[in-house]
Ligand binder design. Structure first.
Ligand SMILES: Nc1ncnc2c1ncn2[C@@H]1O[C@H](COP(=O)(O)OP(=O)(O)OP(=O)(O)O)[C@@H](O)[C@H]1O
Ligand SMILES: [Mg+2]
Length: 425
């Protein structure tokens, strides 16, 4: 079985690489014409464009960013009559990765989608829906989902456990399945995210995700200028991998930390020291992005966003610069009924012991001393904002019981950050 990857460059899709999977053996390479014409547009920041034939032991790590997960995965497994398991990943990409987040897609999946739409002649050209129709899951919405078989709304193209739809707003403000609306009609691209499960706690997590993102923005963490908004139990999240302008849609390179670290599979557990090293290797301004990453982790710890796995941090290429994407999936995950412990931690690379204090983490970070001093100075200033978190959280609408619960964690962060000594580091 093989497939061809396409990349969106200069307003069109260009064939760029081919991947072959034979009896569990994988082989892949860039297309020669592509390598010659676009030497500076890699499919992954960890894989330079060249003429080598690569034979990794697993599927290359960047492909795992394209594998359908959650509801989209379950739907496609049924369509393809496949058993779930690691062997399903490649066929799932070949059918489901026709319109993923980012700017890479699979040509065979586009054919699969076109065939699917062909079987449902009514799928194209339908009027859009209002957000209220999505919120009440109106019969029109249900029919769309059925017609597009979950495909047009992009469920297979966006990862994560919570059910999601990729929706696009047209000029009239109405919502369409992202894969269905032509680029020329697109005004704004959104992810509609539903609660992960059906309990009150699932709903509470999603409801507070909107408020958590406002808190992060208030603390000058990098966020999309348009913050998520809650409509009933649907969180509408503006996408930062798309830019709709003058009747054209730009698609930005986006890649998870798991992918830039070359980690295949779905549950890699790198140390946060490895994560920082991986980010520093690919970003344009390593010192600035290290500070941004550490501030986000301070907030994860203070506000108990425990789900900091290697696909909940990503980098993007925007206006020629590589940087962390705006923050996403930032929520009071400690409340999740599935009990999610903090996924990634600051494990010292030699001893594998977990470091629990910022002074120790900064001392162990492999950065130049002037940068260590800068980090300590910035983080001790950040302490002032963290100290005010309970008020900021209340002002941004976080539930009171959550604020009460996290106060002890906030206090720990304040204590540690205030103890940092910028001049002595
Ligand atoms: N605003 C955004 N713009 C572009 N891509 C995004 C945005 N928000 C999320 N993503 C992408 O969509 C994926 C799924 O989103 P998110 O992490 O919020 O879902 P989730 O179901 O809560 O995930 P998890 O399984 O980690 O709980 C992310 O891993 C990221 O690749
Ligand atoms: Mg996520």
């Amino acid at each position: 079985m093989d497939c061809t990857l396409q990349i969106f460059l200069d307003d069109s899709w260009v064939d760029c690489a081919q991947i072959e999977l034979n009896g569990g053996l994988c082989q892949w390479n860039h297309l020669v014409e592509y390598a010659i014409e676009y030497p500076n547009a890699p499919v992954s920041l960890a894989e330079p464009v060249d003429l080598q034939i690569r034979a990794p032991r697993t599927l290359p790590a960047f492909l795992y960013d394209l594998v359908p997960q959650g509801a989209g995965r379950r739907f496609l497994l049924g369509e393809l009559e496949l058993q779930d398991g690691p062997d399903a990943d490649f066929p799932l990409i070949c059918a489901g990765a026709f319109n993923p987040i980012g700017r890479i897609r699979v040509a065979e999946a586009v054919n699969y989608f076109e065939a699917h739409v062909g079987r449902h002649p009514d799928a194209r050209g339908l009027p859009g829906l209002t957000i209220d129709e999505v919120v009440v899951r109106s019969s029109d919405f249900a029919e769309r989902i059925f017609l597009h078989g979950m495909l047009g709304t992009g469920t297979t193209g966006v990862q994560g456990a919570a059910p999601k739809y990729l929706l696009t707003r047209d000029r009239a403000g109405l919502l369409h399945g992202d894969a269905i609306l032509p680029d020329a009609d697109a005004k704004q691209h959104l992810i509609a995210k539903l609660p992960r499960g059906s309990t009150a706690a699932d709903e509470k997590v999603l409801r507070n995700e909107a408020a958590y993102m406002r808190v992060a923005a208030a603390l000058d963490i990098r966020t999309h200028p348009d913050l998520p908004t809650l409509h009933g139990d649907v969180l509408l999240i503006p996408r930062f991998d798309r830019i709709a302008r003058d009747g054209k849609v730009g698609r930005l390179h986006q890649e998870s930390v798991a992918s830039i670290l070359g980690l295949a599979g779905f549950d890699p557990r790198p140390s946060l020291f490895e994560v920082v090293a991986g980010i520093r290797k690919v970003v344009s301004d390593p010192a600035a992005e290290t500070l941004e990453f550490i501030k986000r982790d301070v907030l994860n710890l203070a506000m108990r966003n425990t789900d900091n796995h290697a696909r909940n941090t990503a980098v993007q290429l925007v206006e020629g610069r590589v940087q962390l994407t705006p923050l996403f999936d930032f929520a009071p995950m400690y409340l999740d009924p599935e009990l999610i412990p903090r996924a990634l931690r600051w494990y010292q690379l030699d001893t594998r012991a977990e470091l629990m204090d910022w002074a120790d983490v900064l001392a162990a970070l492999p950065v130049p001393d002037h940068e260590r001093r800068m980090l300590a100075g910035e983080l001790s200033r950040f302490a002032v904002q963290i100290e005010r978190l309970p008020d900021t959280m209340a002002a941004q609408g976080v539930d009171h019981d959550i604020i009460e619960f996290v106060t002890q964690y906030i206090d720990t962060q304040v204590r540690q950050l205030k103890a940092l000594q910028p001049s002595e580091a």
